[in-house]
Design a binder for this molecule. Structure first.
Ligand code: ZN
Length: 65
């Protein structure tokens, strides 16, 4: 008797910043940043609230590994 194993394939990854499952983006170390957030990071200026939040999250991610 053959047993069929069903593997659940997860499409995409949870974004580190917005915590939403996205398929487009890139992997950074063991984490994932979606395309939208990547654009936001690139466009946010140093010193702004958004920027500090991203930096904080990325630091946490690096430290967490
Ligand atoms: Zn995101």
């Amino acid at each position: 008797m053959k047993k069929t194993t069903v593997l659940r394939v997860q499409m995409g990854h949870n974004c580190l910043i917005c915590e939403t499952r996205k398929t487009q983006g890139y992997r950074l170390l063991h984490s994932f940043i979606c395309h939208t957030c990547e654009q936001k990071i690139v466009q946010s200026e140093a010193g702004t609230e958004d920027y500090s939040l991203y930096v904080q999250k990325m630091r946490k991610m690096i430290a967490g590994n």
